[in-house]
Design a protein around this ligand. Structure first.
Ligand code: ZN
Length: 304
């Protein structure tokens, strides 16, 4: 994870230049929020975060400015001038971000650092979870896809991502990295869009940042116990294979709040947390986002 530091473009020197009398941050929580920078009164554009495949960045611009990335319209900056942008697994070598308002525009082109991904072979999974043929199972998968689509469509009017993220579980080891090409029971599958953290069943799962629960179901075919948290601006995190759910859809959660417990439900070969992140149809890497959002927070939240 050290190498990621190099990917955090624009990580301001303000991070390391803190005065000596400032208290060290608690081990699990990010540092207290810096004084918020004033809302921009003119069309400017500043972005900071993880500019890499699977990465996420935060931009600040004139409130209401329309944001586009490489020509794709991704909505307007909120009333404080915040906007979020993300880069999927196969994103190209650069991203041009444009903010438009009142016939004018401000833009930046960011280099997107390419990554290499693992090949992951997993054998011994129940065949109906890899190559389902049972009509009842196929119907269930289709029903559940529609339910999840509703959870993904959530648009909570919050900016939980400005909290900076904490890890949802303590300890454990990464047993499956994000973006790996998967070969399940010998059959090539879609890439693995989660980070798997091996921890025992019953380990509490905490909300990495404030948000609104947009989906909660204890018994999904693939995912088992499944929760989505909407952190605002289309940024949604997902928690799979849970043994216990402590939250319901529509509920507001704070950073660090326990949302349930780790398990091995659904398509899993053992207890672990599969942690996923999505932004407007793009799958993102939560492990990259943790560092990217911390860098964005340090740089963009502090007044100049
Ligand atoms: Zn996983």
């Amino acid at each position: 994870m050290r190498a990621l530091a190099a990917l955090l473009l624009l990580a301001a020197c303000t991070v390391s230049e803190a005065p000596a009398q400032v208290e060290a941050p608690a081990p699990i929580a990010p540092p207290a929020a810096p004084a918020p920078a004033p809302v921009p009164a003119a069309l400017t554009l500043a972005c900071a975060g993880a500019f890499t495949q699977g990465g996420v960045a935060v931009c600040r611009t004139l409130p209401g400015a329309q944001i586009s990335i490489d020509g794709a319209d991704v909505g307007a900056a909120d009333a404080q001038g915040w906007a979020l942008i993300g880069f999927n697994r196969q994103y190209g070598a650069s991203a041009r971000v444009i903010a438009r308002a009142n016939g004018a525009e401000a833009s930046h082109t960011f280099e997107i650092v390419p990554r290499e991904f693992d090949i992951q072979r997993i054998d011994g999974l129940p065949p109906q979870t890899v190559t389902p043929t049972d009509p009842a199972v196929l119907a269930r998968i289709q029903r559940e896809a529609a339910m999840k689509a509703e959870g993904f469509a959530s648009e909570a009017d919050i900016t939980g991502f400005l909290d900076g993220f904490i890890w949802p579980v303590e300890g454990g080891r990464i047993s499956g990295r994000w973006g790996g090409q998967r070969i399940l029971n010998g059959v090539p599958n879609t890439p693995h869009f989660g980070v798997d953290i091996a921890v025992p069943t019953g380990t509490p799962i905490r909300a990495p940042a404030a948000g609104v629960v947009s989906f909660a179901n204890p018994d999904m075919h693939y995912e088992g116990g499944l929760v989505f948290i909407d952190h605002g601006h289309g940024l949604i995190t997902m928690y799979l294979h849970m043994s216990r759910l402590d939250v319901q859809a529509g509920q507001r959660v704070e950073q660090g709040q326990v949302i349930g417990a780790v398990g091995a439900t659904g398509r899993a070969t053992g207890p672990h947390l599969c942690w996923r992140m999505r932004w407007r149809e793009r799958q993102l890497d939560p492990t990259v986002a943790i560092d990217g959002l911390a860098a964005a927070r340090a740089q963009l939240l502090s007044a100049p």
